[in-house]
Design a protein around this ligand. Structure first.
Ligand code: FNR
Length: 379
């Protein structure tokens, strides 16, 4: 339709979502054994949001290697035990009607910190404690107060690419139907993109071409093992608002380069971009309040226009204080983005989409399991 509704289905790449609401990836810091193996918390948390009506459920930042974790309590996909533990969680998400997705991540210099839970400060965890030596493009921390970080050798950068590829293969084996590469929020890939944190002199530093090389290699090499019938996604910080770091123009140029020729489409096969912001620098200098990152998504959505008539158009989702159904509907209707990602509002209400559906389309079927049909009157 010319004017899509939030509860119209959405085709991303080769697959369809039942509606245009996406559960944003959110770290749960819930692995008490510190072995990266997800368990009942993830089953319940992600399953509830699938049952609550989300079109896609994106599992939190999932580490591609032990040192890629933000905290010791993070989940991973660097071994087969983790893969096998994800499989029933993925099946639960799917069985409640949502498309199961996972964010693959490497925290780089922002790794080895305390979990983001009450009672912790987010400080670095010492190597003799439960922590590890963090790695980065140039031994430069993106924010102050973190433990000293070590520069990756060229060979180690190639290993990072290989780790993303192996994690993507396991994500496929676990049944995930979409992967989202985490290139936002000042974590490792963003640290490579920004000249503030990337001062390398090898082929991974210097020019824009070189600073974006790690991301482009990850996308191309993941695409090569990730099935063509599944969604390859990316999350970027549209801007980090730090002078001389990573700007909206840089993001627009990056995304254009990933989609603007048939060769690029074939090489990277990017289906979906979620546009966030920030993560480098101690002070956030961007706008705040409802829809504070919308202008970034809108610009990237205009870049994606060029792919509209192609076989596999690029989908763009917006995120950041999207809490009201009418606000979400307006974003989709006005063409600012194709879909919305909901974070904190979905922590408060796992049934956010079902509630929004009742509000926006009172006489339509709500995206709920039948067991809950009597809730409709209460929403
Ligand atoms: C996040 N966010 C986040 N982002 C990401 O890319 N990977 C992640 O694992 C996490 N983890 C995470 C945990 C928690 C508890 C929160 C609240 C947030 C950011 C999140 O996906 C989202 O972009 C922001 O929260 C902004 O959207 P909302 O919350 O305003 O809808």
């Amino acid at each position: 339709t010319a004017f899509p509704h939030l509860f119209d289905s959405l085709t991303i790449g080769p697959l369809s979502l039942r509606n245009r609401t996406i559960l944003a990836p959110m770290c749960m810091y819930s692995i008490t054994e510190h072995d990266g193996v997800p368990g009942s918390w993830h089953q319940v948390h992600l399953g509830a949001r699938a049952a609550g009506g989300f079109g896609m459920v994106v599992a939190e930042a999932t580490a591609v290697s032990p040192e890629a974790r933000i905290s010791p309590a993070d989940v991973g996909l660097w071994n087969d035990t983790q893969r096998d533990a994800w499989a029933p969680i993925v099946e639960t998400i799917r069985s409640y009607g949502a498309l199961p997705a996972v964010q693959l991540a490497h925290a780089g210099a922002k790794a080895s910190t305390e979990p983001g839970l009450p009672g912790y400060t987010g400080a670095s965890v010492g190597i003799d404690d439960d922590g590890w030596q963090t790695v980065s493009p140039s031994g430069i921390n993106p924010v102050s107060g973190l433990a000293e970080t070590r520069e990756l050798s060229t060979e180690q950068v190639r290993q990072v690419v290989a780790d993303f590829v192996d994690a993507a293969r396991r994500a496929d084996e676990a049944g995930f139907e979409a992967v989202m590469i985490h290139a936002a929020h000042g974590y490792l890939i963003h640290q490579f993109l920004s000249p503030v944190t990337n001062q390398r002199t090898d082929e991974y530093g210097g020019s824009v071409e070189n600073r974006t090389r790690l991301l482009r290699e990850i996308l191309a090499e993941v695409r090569a093992v990730w099935p063509a019938e599944k969604i390859l996604g990316l999350r970027i910080s549209g801007s980090d608002y730090v002078e001389g770091s990573w700007s909206l123009d840089d993001s627009a140029e990056l995304i254009a380069g990933l989609v603007d020729t048939p060769q690029a489409r074939a090489q990277y096969g990017l289906d979906w971009v979620d546009v966030s912001s920030g993560g480098i620098g101690d002070t956030y200098r961007g706008p705040s309040g409802p829809g504070y990152q919308l202008h970034l998504a809108e610009r990237i959505h205009r870049v994606a226009e060029a792919t509209r008539d192609s076989e596999r158009p690029l989908t763009v989702s917006a995120v950041g204080i999207i809490t009201e159904p009418g606000q979400a509907q307006q974003i989709v209707l006005s063409g600012q983005a194709d879909a919305v990602s909901i974070g904190r509002a979905a922590l408060a209400d796992p049934n956010w989409p079902a509630r929004a559906s009742v509000e926006l389309r009172p006489n339509s079927e709500i995206p709920f399991p039948p067991q809950y049909h009597r809730a409709q009157r209460a929403l």
